[in-house]
Design a protein around this ligand. Structure first.
Ligand code: SAM
Length: 371
């Protein structure tokens, strides 16, 4: 049996009857659970709460959406201008999630959640369309199917490039076959808009998981032996080109211990890097307490030094967990320096003040009075 069939079989059972062994206690936002059907809350197989990173207006993609709990929570946060897409490969889970779609649309005042059948490692492939194609064509060889898949992915991808604001996932990446993982992270990167975010709650192991545990199908489908090794989890996002990769939550207490190896829940957040390099006068100062900070793109922020950043870098830093460590100085008049930023990013204080002179405030103390 391959990994997908093993995992799908286990979660098909979990969609029909609650599987206690698959439940990991999670502290969800009770206010968001209030309007969810009890069956959805009971059939929870998550290990964290990525919904808390969702914002108003977001297009959200939930990988391995299961019964739809995170999707229906996110739908309350995105509001009427946002939308939520759940992807899952297991029919029974999709049936469970869709069972409450109308009820939830009525409660939310809009049908802003869709569930699609797909593999999270191949987000362009539309499994429902593929099944329809196979059913309507009797004698197909593998070559014909592959050709159809390539065309479908190219001309009508299930999830298009750069269309998603945030990819979330709750306890699913560890279930994917190791041979598909590089492609899975590349797919997350592909579908995100530049500057888009990821919030992935998953299980990590503190040590490398030995082969005999990985071959245990029960442990694999139980979200244990497929866990990423803790260091490796951040590294796969960095290798795919993500920025601001952060272990935003790291459970001290392990969820399970098998053969002395601890398996615990973490939530990793990251951004698809922004591409802008134009200097429009934005400056940041790293406050400390360390001598300097270096980001994943190699940009160094020495303590107390004004560093020029593009507007895109500026907003991404304001958005990142590192924001508390920085002072942010926006130009009062936008578009001053149209040059591309190079590696020499030090900004003279006079440049920041110059912008203020141009706005006609020279010499005035806007906040006159007390210091
Ligand atoms: C542990 S459950 C988590 C479900 C849901 N995220 C939650 O919080 O309850 C894993 C879900 O991911 C789905 N899944 C696992 N591997 C998948 C894959 N490669 N592609 C799509 N869905 C997958 C399973 O069908 C199952 O519904």
């Amino acid at each position: 049996m391959n990994t997908e069939s093993n995992v799908s079989e286990r979660y098909a059972e979990g969609a029909i009857e609650v599987q206690e062994s698959l439940c990991c206690p999670v502290d969800y936002d009770a206010a968001l659970l209030k309007i969810l059907p009890k069956e959805i809350v009971d059939k929870d197989y998550g290990c964290g709460d990525p919904s808390r990173y969702v914002r108003e207006g977001d297009t959200v993609l939930d990988l391995g959406s299961g019964g739809g709990k995170i999707c229906y929570m996110a739908a309350q946060l995105v509001g009427e201008k946002g939308m939520v897409i759940g992807i899952d490969m297991t029919d029974e889970m999709l049936t469970l999630a869709r069972k409450y779609q109308q009820e939830m649309a009525d409660k939310l005042g809009g049908d802003r959640v869709q569930f699609y059948k797909g593999y999270i490692q191949d987000l362009a492939l539309d499994l429902t369309a593929r099944e329809a194609y196979l059913a309507s064509n009797d004698s197909l060889d593998q070559k014909a199917v592959t050709l159809w898949e390539e065309e479908q992915k190219q001309f009508s991808p299930l999830i298009k490039d750069a269309t998603v604001d945030i990819v979330v996932s709750n306890c699913v990446l560890n279930l994917v076959d190791e041979k598909h993982r590089t492609q899975m992270i590349a797919e997350i990167f592909r579908v995100l808009k530049p500057g888009g975010r990821v919030a992935i709650s998953d299980i990590v192991s503190d040590e490398v998981v030995p082969q005999h545990l990985k071959e245990d199908t029960e442990l694999w489908s139980g979200c244990i032996s497929g866990a990423f090794q803790e260091q490796h989890f951040a590294q796969v996002f960095l290798d795919a080109g993500f920025a601001n990769v952060t272990y935003d939550k790291w459970d001290e207490k392990p969820w399970q211990i098998v053969e002395g190896i601890e398996f615990r829940s973490v939530t990793v957040t990251a951004n698809k890097p922004v591409t802008g390099k134009k200097d429009k006068g934005h400056t940041v100062i790293y406050r400390g307490p360390f001598a300097k900070l270096k980001n994943d793109q190699g940009l160094v922020f020495p303590r107390g030094i004004r560093i020029a950043v593009s507007i895109e870098e500026y907003s991404q830093l304001q958005d990142s967990p590192a924001r508390q460590s920085f002072l942010f100085i926006a130009p009062e008049v936008a578009v001053q320096f149209e040059a591309d930023l190079d590696n020499n990013r030090e900004r003279a204080a006079a440049e920041n003040k110059g912008l203020s002179h141009l706005s006609g405030d020279a010499g005035e103390n806007k906040n006159s009075g007390c210091c």
